[in-house]
Design a binder for this molecule. Structure first.
Ligand code: PLP
Length: 385
């Protein structure tokens, strides 16, 4: 089964480019609203780093999600797209002074603080600005996610977050500061997680921490469990919308929330991955000795995930119905890792054919670079065509 694309309209557009199916994005957002909406205390934010295309941000903002930012630039992009500052949370291990000041000036909902050193700087800059910064502490829960080594973040010794053993000390320090207000705890264990058992393990860890905190008479108003829900890269047509019901129900069943407590989520990939495709034109078919190469005009500069993470993306020839043949699909960049897929089955491919590299809406366009002096790819939504 192939995806359906407006291929006639694609012929008018310079390749390579990103195409976002906004009907699917909206369907995904409705599913999130419906499944999270069953649980009164749940608040969902969109992790802007997955895709900051202004049109995509605007649609997500209109659906009522908050924004999770990891830089000052993302805070600016989120505000510009219409996200209210009181729905913005801001994480990151290396927040610069200008970025902290920006968050203070905008009066964002919360800084997710990743070290004691950062907390002290936020307190100082808060004093200088005569503001009180709301903070959650990002705790490293030492929960392993069964995902690619480059995208796990929750193990014990890690640049992200505060070690569990240091948590009480940092909370005490925060509560003694005049320009920060302790608002709760933040966690994020990794990305592309499909085993609900990993999220369940996080819930169990948070339940333990919460009991210990209560023994010390520390109340936690907000718990933020980050993002990480994965998508089905192998079957984008069969599973276009992630299983948000299983995801939110997992937290509802396993996390012991207290009355009045709010549970925040920061979903990135699961919101935008499936609605995006990288559309590329076939330049040449090169016959090798044992294989054939489809050389296309998109490269790792447009979509780096295969080169960076050995990530799989389904590829379809959307302008050919001829018999299936096997190809290595490669880009034009002068790097041998510039390969989208090896030995994939495609309808017989000729020069000029359009290929869709699927599930590319997350960590695609936003990670594009100009290496080899290439142009950045443009992004089009359905309504643009
Ligand atoms: C990257 C990130 C997310 C989003 O991760 P996804 O896997 O795309 O859902 C959420 N929170 C934080 C702190 C992150 O760094």
């Amino acid at each position: 089964m192939k995806g359906t694309f407006p291929t006639e309209k694609f012929q008018q557009i310079e390749t390579p480019f990103y195409y976002y199916d906004t009907a699917l994005l909206r369907k995904t957002l409705r599913s999130i609203a419906e499944e999270a909406g069953r649980h009164q205390q749940f608040i969902v934010h969109y992790a802007v780093k997955a895709n900051a295309n202004p049109k995509i941000l605007n649609i997500i903002c209109q659906a009522g999600l908050g924004a999770d930012c990891v830089s000052g630039g993302e805070i600016e992009a989120a505000c510009k797209a219409g996200f209210a500052p009181d729905k913005i949370v801001y994480a990151g291990v290396g927040k610069g002074d200008w970025e902290i000041k920006l968050g203070l000036n905008k009066d964002i909902f919360c800084f997710n603080v990743e070290s004691l050193a950062e907390l002290e700087v936020i307190n100082e800059l808060g004093a200088a600005a005569n503001k009180v910064a709301r903070v959650c502490l990002r705790i490293n829960p030492n929960v392993g996610a069964h995902t690619h080594a480059n995208i796990t973040t929750g193990l014990a010794e890690n640049k992200f977050g505060i070690a569990m053993g240091d948590m009480y000390d940092v909370i005490d320090r925060a509560r003694a500061m005049n320009h920060v207000e302790f608002k709760g705890l933040h966690f994020h264990i990794g990305s592309q997680i499909l085993d609900m058992g990993d999220f369940e393990a996080l819930c169990n860890r948070i339940n333990d921490l919460q009991r210990e905190l209560e023994q010390r008479h520390i109340q936690v108003e907000n718990i933020n469990v980050g993002g990480g829900l994965g998508v089905d890269y192998t079957h984008p047509n069969r599973v276009p919308v992630p299983d948000f019901k299983a995801y939110f129900d997992c937290y509802a069943h396993h996390l012991e929330l207290r009355d009045g407590q709010r549970l925040h989520f920061e979903l990135g990939r699961a919101v935008v991955a499936q609605c995006g495709s990288l559309i590329t034109r076939t330049l040449y078919i090169k016959q090798g000795t044992h294989k054939q190469f489809a050389i296309v005009d998109a490269g790792m500069t447009d979509l780096i995930r295969p080169a960076l993470y050995q990530a799989y993306h389904k590829i379809e020839n959307i302008t050919s119905d001829q018999a299936i043949e096997t190809y290595d699909v490669v880009g034009p960049i002068c790097e041998s890792s510039d390969v989208f897929a090896k030995a994939v089955d495609l309808n017989r491919t000729n020069r000029g054919d359009l290929l869709a590299i699927r599930s590319a809406g997350a960590y695609g366009e936003i990670m594009a670079s100009q290496y080899n002096c290439r142009k950045l790819p443009k992004g089009y939504i359905t309504e643009d065509l």
